[in-house]
Design a protein around this ligand. Structure first.
Ligand SMILES: Cc1cc2nc3c(=O)[nH]c(=O)nc-3n(C[C@H](O)[C@H](O)[C@H](O)COP(=O)(O)OP(=O)(O)OC[C@H]3O[C@@H](n4cnc5c(N)ncnc54)[C@H](O)[C@@H]3O)c2cc1C
Ligand code: FES
Length: 491
């Protein structure tokens, strides 16, 4: 499954094969790492950006790329148990991020498609949520309005609307950011997965298979942080969802997101001179659904039935991480240690959050005046308000851990899986992941090297996904997504 965005020729970039030194090493070339590296390079720091795959290959190249301050029902969720000022601070930070991104696109020839953003309701619960969202948005000064009338070709109970937002092509953005970084003197290495990070006085050393970077500061921009210190894996929930581009029977003139479940995201994209319909949704916690293929099929059925879409041109899937207290984590990995910093927890709104996080991290490193960061902190007092959600999330993690090991212990399946299928079975007491893809049957350990969860088969993407914290692996066991940095063990 390749996204519409990544289905294009891309520049090739070098792999790190040496030991280098710089002021700041950034790990992960999604929108977060790219903007942060660029801002630091422009501030005169020597910067090395290390990417495990290719720039934008993970969430950023598989997004729906709406750049909006109306974010579904996000503001009312932040408001639960937290102050109006904190919501205002979140909106202000996102507005700064949005403004920065718009300015960058205009300066670098990346097209920006101005659109209104709408959150709509089809059910009673959704209606209640959008009424509350309207109230909170208006309290913090966002000019959001109620409307009963939309162009949507199905019945709704109402919608809320914010004008003057935009959508874009995320991979055009990624390639422009990468070029701007190089023009500003930064270095970008692809296929350079960071395997280990060591403290090396006075800074930090990040090691890949073939080289290393020694730096005064290290920024972890890998979405789910690859370092366990700080316990972010226990404060974030990996949410995987699906997207598709289809030939349209109907084309929207705005960006839509449903408040009801399953969520549905709708936008248009002009591709090769013709409009395509882009839909997304049907998400779930990574590794925790009986069939990813059925989730994707559900999304496509909905697009055909409700939006009269016809031929499917691309389908894809990606994950982003929901923070326990609803607000992103930006700042030191550990309290009072300014050498390693993180930016994560954007909850599917990274295109405004990431540039805001990049601005904050850059100020923290250069000593420049910091923007208001009340809503963007890696360690903060409001964290306690997310405790109930974090406890539930970690309760489910414990359940998934026990279930994976018990299921593997009683598994007796010795058959070769059918093409495109995978099973977890055991050899002696050791859980084994066995799958058949492109005619080849492979076996690797089913034990996730992160914290020993048992992986499950993703029948849409033909991958092994860990239901604990969202690490993902190819059929040969190699890493697709972290937090792990190590592959599944070969048998
Ligand atoms: C389906 C979907 C739709 C979305 N739609 C929107 C939207 O409309 N608007 C919006 O604002 N946001 C949206 N988002 C969210 C947004 O796409 C993300 O928040 C954003 O892309 C995250 O960027 P990132 O750079 O933090 O992470 P990523 O893009 O995942 O980048 C992290 C990078 O780190 C690399 N990496 C990982 N481990 C290592 C390692 N050990 N060494 C080196 N590199 C490593 C990865 O390969 C990856 O390239 C959506 C998310 C999803 C899942
Ligand atoms: S991702 Fe944490 S145990 Fe697998």
């Amino acid at each position: 499954m390749t996204s519409l965005w990544l289905d294009r020729p891309r520049p090739t970039r070098p792999t790190l094969d040496d030991d280098v030194a710089c002021d700041v090493a950034v790990v992960g070339a999604g929108v977060t790492g790219l903007v942060t590296a660029l801002l630091l390079a422009r501030a005169g720091r020597s910067v090395v950006l290390l990417e495990a795959r290719t720039a934008g290959a993970a969430t950023t190249g598989n997004t729906t790329a709406k750049v909006s301050l109306l974010q579904g029902t996000k503001l009312s969720r932040i408001r639960r148990g937290r102050s109006e000022d904190l919501v205002r601070s979140y909106v202000d930070a996102n507005r700064r991020g949005q403004d920065w991104l718009r300015g960058f696109c205009l300066d670098h020839g990346v097209p920006v498609d101005d659109q209104a953003a709408l959150t709509y309701a089809t059910g009673r619960s959704g209606e209640k949520q959008i009424r509350r969202e309207l109230e909170v948005a208006q309290q913090v000064g966002l000019p959001v309005e109620w409307t009963d009338e939309t162009e949507l070709p199905f019945a709704i109970r109402g919608a809320i609307r914010l004008g003057d937002q935009f959508q874009m092509h995320p991979v055009e953005l990624v390639d422009a950011l990468a070029q701007a970084l190089i023009d500003a003197g930064g270095q970008l290495f692809e296929h350079s997965r960071v395997r280990r990070v060591r403290h090396e006085s006075p800074g930090v050393r990040a090691e890949t298979e073939a080289g290393s970077v020694t730096a005064c500061h290290l920024i972890i921009a890998t979405s789910m942080p690859i370092l366990d210190r700080g316990g972010f894996f226990a404060r974030l929930v990996p949410q995987r969802s699906y997207a598709a581009a289809l030939r349209p029977g109907w084309v929207p003139d705005a960006m839509y997101l449903s408040a009801d479940s399953p969520s549905h995201s709708i936008r248009r994209v002009d591709h090769d001179g013709a409009p395509l319909l882009l839909v997304g949704g049907h998400g779930h916690v990574t590794g925790r659904t009986s069939s990813e293929a059925k989730q994707l099929a559900g999304l496509l059925d909905w697009a055909r039935t409700e939006l009269s879409a016809t031929e499917v041109t691309h389908t894809w899937s990606a994950q982003d991480h929901g923070p326990a207290a609803e607000l992103p984590y930006v700042g030191p990995l550990l309290p009072h240690d300014g050498h390693i910093l993180v930016a994560t927890g954007f909850d599917k709104w990274g295109f405004t959050n990431a540039p805001a996080a990049a601005e904050l991290l850059t100020a923290q490193i250069t000593g420049a005046t910091q923007p208001d960061s009340a809503a963007m902190s890696s360690w903060s007092p409001w964290e306690a308000t997310g405790l109930p959600k974090a406890l539930v999330a970690n309760g489910s993690v414990g359940f998934q851990m026990a279930r994976g090991w018990l299921d593997a212990a009683v598994a007796t399946d010795d058959d070769r899986p059918e093409e495109g299928e995978g099973v977890v079975t055991r050899r002696g007491l050791a859980p084994i992941a066995r799958c058949t893809v492109a005619g080849e049957t492979r076996e690797v350990s089913a034990v996730c090297p992160h914290l020993h969860g048992i992986v499950t088969w993703n029948d849409a993407e033909k991958s092994w996904d860990c239901p604990l914290h969202g690490s993902r692996f190819a059929p040969d066991g190699s890493v697709l997504e972290g937090p792990t940095t190590e592959p599944l063990r070969q048998i």
